[in-house]
Design a protein around this ligand. Sequence first.
Ligand code: PHE
Length: 290
Amino acid sequence: VAVEARKSDLEGADLASRLATEKIDVSLTVRPEQSGSLHPISQTIEEVVAIFGPMGFEVAEGPDIEFDANNFTKLNFPPDHPAREMHDTFFLPVQEDGSRHLLRTHTSPVQVRVMESTKPPIRILAPGRTYRCDYDLTHTPMFHQVEGLAIDTETHMGHLKGCLIEFVKAYFEVEELPVRFRPSFFPFTEPSAEMDIGCSWSDGELKIGAGGDWMEILGCGMVHPNVLKACGLDPDVYQGFAFGMGVERLAMLKYGIPDLRRFFDADLRWLKHYGFSALDLPSLSGGLSR
Ligand code: PHE
């Protein structure tokens, strides 16, 4: 040990004298590593969390491999309902007791886990990976969603709209952003809606903000009484809202990333071009992105 210590002492002294005599650029010598960058998916999740955090939403997580019950049954998908197939589900082999696991097709099973384990009031945000057996220009078999859930005794559709309108304005950094809620259907919400934001196209380029066009941005609704019941909450006492959105889509729209599939190529040139500084965490006061 003593010999090694002396050897490194000598190397240290040697380096110091070389620095003095050879005028070596210290910045290159001390920090030769290239800095890494944050993937746009991570950046976008951080931004969404930074916006909903001050509204009282905490991050919750669930596993990628789920019970069929949490992904479908408790979310009010009837058995053999075509929606189970519509989700292009990756099922795992049937087990001895007849049950089967699957790769979660959405982040909504985290709603179930949180409602089963937490006494309301509940306000959570669940970002994570999701899976559907689909691959083309606009679909990859693994993608990311962020789920939101708020449960209380008096939470209503107005709260849902208020939170989501504030969210899109902050996320896209457009103060006068037109929005609209279109009636839609999800088995686990009633009523259900899809939210669109205003946009315009000129010369093939998309601009978010006032314009003649609309762009779908997320799905949402009031949590269905059957879901509350299935998760052990009394629907005569509790009510609330939920929403879910695709992270890749949010990132593509804000940062002008054209091709979904490049997200998962691990191409260093792409990461360098679209990556974000790892030391510059998004916050509402400090700015979401630079
Ligand atoms: N889970 C839905 C989807 O993947 C999105 C959603 C979440 C809709 C919560 C309503 C409420 O399409």
